[in-house]
Design a protein around this ligand. Sequence first.
Ligand SMILES: Cc1ncc(COP(=O)(O)O)c(C=O)c1O
Length: 358
Amino acid sequence: MLRARRAIQDLREYRPPLGDRLGLRMDFNENTVGASPRVLQCLRELTLEQLARYPERESVELSLAEFFRVRSEELLLTNGVDEAIHLICETFLEPDDQAVIVVPTFGIYELFVGATGAQPVPVLAKQEFAFPTEDVLANLNDRTRLVVIANPNNPTGQVASRADLLRIAHTAPRAAILIDEAYFEFYGETLLDQIGRLPNLFVARTFSKAYGLAGLRIGALMGSAEQISAVGRVASPYNVNSVALACLPAALHDQSFVQHYVDEVRQGRERLQDTLRSLGIRYWPSHANFVLANLGQQHRGFVDEMRRRGVLVRDRSQDPGCDGCVRITVGAAEHMDQLLAAIRATIADIGLLKGVPA
Ligand SMILES: Cc1ncc(COP(=O)(O)O)c(C=O)c1O
């Protein structure tokens, strides 16, 4: 009988709740308004001839490298950051290697590490989900071939300092250090300037969040030319499709659209945090386009009631250290009006049980 590899048989399935996402979608950290109208124009102008050809990526890769101020040999276009993570795991991990993952975090890391047969080494965040620098350092050893850190982190919205990240990269020269900057635009700090200086450092960026292109699946992985060339060997030359390649320059050139959205999200984040505070709901001040809140024993009731009111939010109570937690995406002003009204009405309805830490 045909059997999947042992490592695959042992994998836990990663199944985001994709069915029936009807209503205001504040559950996946997506952009709530979509991409620049220039992208839509670009889609309208696509020709059948463009679709008939295999994707030609070179010029887009060049302009993206220019945008990120890296050399073109230091950048690989990917099918979202998801694929960048997958490729890094395929390139650097052998069975029995170890990969340090600070948890709670984005579930895909553990999945792609596990698929190689390597061992994920979870390192729990400190109190208030602070970045556990010393614990990460303490878990580095000869078998560590990957350290992956989302900065800002999902689902907590917390960040690691530049100094701490550099310290980790210097301490583990035999490990790939992947800094996943999927939420960079909502935070503003980056390690991109270190690309080419630190040979084991990788930075991943996405166009799924601030740029509103999650459906097109475009990301970029940056690292030293030598390491990007190694990662490129396992990537399909057609991993980013022609439609995405045609639209990316239009999205990139409309920076005022992106900036406007990011400003709205930053304001919306303040409004959401103020509302949670005024309702006595504990939350963790966020650097991303979402906020993690603790609804305690009522987390399930809260998610269900919000859904009944037409607003989807994500239950994260199964994540390590996240008992009772719900993650709420932040979007444009009009969507925040709807979201905040639903939160107030839901709390008025279900109340807050005593014992929920305020
Ligand atoms: C930390 C983090 N990295 C990567 C991704 C996925 O990015 P992409 O859509 O580019 O695959 C997400 C999506 O939620 C995320 O939270």
